[in-house]
Design a binder for this molecule. Structure first.
Ligand SMILES: *Cc1c(COP(=O)(O)O)cnc(C)c1O
Length: 395
């Protein structure tokens, strides 16, 4: 049975490794999150916003031309059609409703690529709550359009100038803020990472994805389960949502797609399950890319959303126990897959999602089988990168 235990572990991965000064914040959340999200009134509010505001259910689309090309039946779960363009809003809607029920009046978040920052700023505007987003100075320069979006939505984006001025420094600043404002502030974490109960809470909010897949697949095919589900893994929230209701159904192969960057062994990669070892990052024990003496190795991927040195504890467990298969995909392969999808189905995927499509012929799927690809987000934010490929390589 794959499920989180009372201490917040999936097997040997997970837990809550937090400084003493954060203990009260985490304990408040841990002791109340399940009761809150199981309340009928919470579920009513959550479901209503997912439907009327975010645009759920998202379609499960039978990709005819793609299926012909591969020789198996491919369904696309269209999270790219959600408000804000990706799955992340499922989680931020859930967490802001939890924050309100905890009596919090202020929201903080950290962001690397800016996608989680935008999804957080969006729900804060919706609820009329002040929002501070910490972002490394380097990332702010690289992701200027998302900085503009957050500001337009009324969020305060605070530049982080310490360390390498990227995501992990922004995380440290957010944690410092939370320690200083334990009473009124909730910290919205954007993936299935961080100390318990965040990985479980985020997985539950994203699990609406596989809940819908079951129903929609049954309507399409008369069978509620596919032979395989593919999803890309940065921290692992879209994958956790797509896998969730199939975790204990061994008929369904789970395929976790990682960013191999310029190649797993080039030193420019984010293939955490291939390169990582057990360690503690952002408050949980998981797999992470580190030197022999435990220093975190800077990850690299062409896609900002997969550029993370760790992986959620659920995925570490799934991969290390053999329940999920990890497939590494390079920048080049992802770009090729993005153009192929665009020209075969008329869908421009996010760069993160493009990795998932590149794994279609590496997942060991047999002819005639049924596959679901979780199409985590749309590619508008990556058009600059795609344009460079068109200009430089003539695609
Ligand atoms: C952020 C993001 C991801 C990676 O995050 P996960 O938590 O691993 O899902 C993947 N796809 C898109 C479109 C994203 O915006």
């Amino acid at each position: 049975m794959i499920a989180i235990d009372e201490r917040g572990y999936y097997g040997e991965f997970g837990g809550a490794f937090v400084p003493e000064m954060l203990y009260a914040n985490i304990e408040e959340l841990r002791s109340r999150y399940l009761d809150i999200i199981q309340e009928p009134a919470f579920q009513r509010d959550f479901r209503q916003l997912l439907r009327d505001y975010a645009g759920r259910p998202t379609p499960l689309y039978l990709a005819q031309r793609l299926s012909e090309r591969y020789g198996f039946v491919i369904f696309l779960k269209r999270e790219d059609l959600l408000h804000t363009g990706a799955h992340k809003v499922n989680n931020t809607i859930g967490q802001i409703l939890v924050a309100k029920r905890l009596g919090k009046t202020r929201i903080i978040a950290e962001t690397g690529a800016g996608q989680h920052g935008v999804a957080t700023a969006t729900v804060c505007a919706l609820m009329g709550m002040p929002c501070v987003v910490y972002m490394g100075e380097v990332d702010m320069a690289r992701q200027a359009p998302n900085v503009a979006r957050m500001r337009m939505l009324g969020a305060e984006v605070r530049p982080v100038t310490s360390g390498s001025r990227t995501l992990k420094d922004a995380t440290n600043e957010a944690i410092r803020d939370w320690i200083n404002h334990p009473e009124d502030t909730h910290y919205i974490i954007g993936s299935v990472v961080g100390p318990h109960p965040f990985p479980d809470m985020v997985a539950r909010f994203q699990s609406v994805i596989s809940e819908e897949i079951q129903e929609q697949l049954d309507a399409h095919t008369g069978r509620s389960w596919p032979d395989a589900i593919l999803a890309c893994v940065g921290g692992g929230s879209n994958a956790a949502g797509a896998f969730y209701h199939y975790l204990n159904d061994n008929r369904v192969k789970l395929v976790a797609v990682e960013a191999a960057g310029k190649g797993i062994h080039t030193g420019h990669s984010a293939a955490t399950s291939a390169l990582g070892a057990k360690g503690i990052i952002h408050g949980s024990r998981t797999l992470l890319m580190q030197t022999p003496d435990g220093q975190i190795i800077e990850p690299y991927s062409i896609s900002a959303g997969l550029d993370y040195p760790g992986i959620g504890p659920l995925h570490a467990h799934l991969i290390r126990t053999g329940r999920a298969m990890a497939v590494p995909i390079t920048d080049e392969e992802a770009l090729e897959a993005a153009f192929f999808l665009a020209r075969t189905e008329g869908i421009i995927p996010a760069l993160e999602t493009a990795h998932t499509f590149a794994a279609l012929d590496r997942a060991g799927v047999e002819p005639g089988q049924t596959v679901v690809v979780n199409l985590s987000g749309r590619g508008d934010k990556d058009l600059g990168t795609y344009m460079q490929v068109i200009e430089q390589q003539g695609w």
